[in-house]
Design a protein around this ligand. Structure first.
Ligand code: UFG
Length: 329
């Protein structure tokens, strides 16, 4: 039996695929390569190229492979773009997963682990954020993920498809081998952009606002290593296989770091001065997002191993140094 990893050629999907294979699982990676990279896919995974919204293709994938679990990463994830192109996000993220659930129902596949996001909460009412806190997304990206969570709840009730939604906070780092890592185009995330400055590919990092109500005035985020995230997916899938109920879990480290903290740690890790310039706020950035991951620690028996920002940035740096042009190298 195999695990179907939708979006397995992307940043998080490729790391989870690698962890599944290292864990002895058979993996089928489905990707349309719009944002994914063939070279990110582990050689032991079977790669099928196509789109979730292509129902005939999906039907064939389920007919030709013995799939007992699905992990779904296939989505667009640029918050800013989602504000100007909401339909692109609902079509790909919501309708794509709708087609996937339809195929699962048709082929009797009952377990799905879904890649959700802290963006489902919007402006947090409490820190740290609990899974039971209010979900009022402030952008179509978060709304499209929340809509899928709700759709899965009804698919559980009607068809008995069990789901685990994992709400990620700020995912960072790379596989410790430095073989796979983060390669987005355009890159919008803080850590890869800082490391591009260290590589001499950019002059400076722009700090988006230093007038937030935080100790140093810059935004605080909860950075979680991509391999710790991968472990959580495997635990979540195993829990479903054992008959676990549908559930939602936050995944973060539970510790907040400001933009200035991240730049400072990156200077230490890379030995590069990394010039920084304060620029205006980016629209829609909450001041502070920190997860409570107590539920995942307790119920999934999840033990994040990368507890310091230094370790997270060091693995990202190894990848970027080895592959300054990402998968083009
Ligand atoms: N930032 C800068 N300069 C940059 C890039 C980012 O100062 O050049 C700041 C941002 O303003 C933010 C922090 O660094 O305060 C982190 O920004 P990222 O873009 O790396 O990550 P986000 O927190 O915006 O986004 C992440 C995920 C999204 C998810 C969101 C949930 O990448 O997919 O968390 O809030 F939707």
């Amino acid at each position: 039996m195999a695990v179907l990893v939708c979006g397995g050629a992307g940043y998080i999907g490729s790391h989870v695929t690698r962890a599944l294979i290292d864990n002895g699982e058979e993996v089928v990676v489905l990707d349309n390569l719009i944002t994914g990279h063939v070279d990110a896919v582990h050689e032991k995974a079977k790669l099928v190229l196509g789109d979730l919204k292509d129902e005939e293709f999906l039907d064939r994938v389920f007919r030709e492979n013995k799939i007992d679990g699905v992990i779904d990463f296939a989505a667009f994830s640029l918050v800013g773009e989602s504000m100007t192109e909401p339909l692109k996000y609902f079509e790909n993220n919501f309708y794509g997963t709708l087609c996937l659930l339809k195929a699962m129902q048709k082929h009797g596949v009952k377990n799905i682990v879904f890649s959700s996001t802290a963006a489902t909460y919007g402006e947090p009412e409490n820190i740290p954020i609990l899974e039971t806190d209010k979900t009022i997304p402030t952008n179509p990206y978060g709304e499209s993920k929340l809509a899928v969570e709700k759709m899965m709840k009804w698919c559980d009730q009607a068809y008995g498809i069990k789901f685990t939604a994992l709400r990620y906070f700020n995912v960072a780092g790379a596989h410790p081998s430095g073989d796979i890592g983060e390669d987005h185009s355009p890159e919008t995330h803080l850590i890869p952009i800082i490391l591009q400055v260290a590589l001499g590919k950019r002059d400076h990092i722009g700090i988006f606002g230093d007038d937030y109500p935080t100790a140093d005035g810059t935004c605080i985020r909860d950075y979680i290593h991509v391999m710790d995230l991968a472990d959580a997916h495997i635990l979540a899938l195993k829990r479903l296989y054992k008959g676990g109920d549908s559930a939602i879990f936050n995944l973060g480290n539970g510790e907040g770091f400001s933009v200035k903290d991240v730049i400072e740690v990156s200077r230490k890790v890379t030995g590069h001065p990394i010039p920084a310039v304060v620029s205006p706020r980016r629209a829609g950035d909450p001041a502070k997002l920190v997860a409570s991951s107590e539920k995942a620690i307790k119920e999934l028996n999840w033990k994040p191993k990368y507890n310091t920002l230094d370790e997270i940035i060091a693995t990202a740096w190894k990848w970027h140094k080895n592959h300054p042009n990402g998968y083009e190298d």
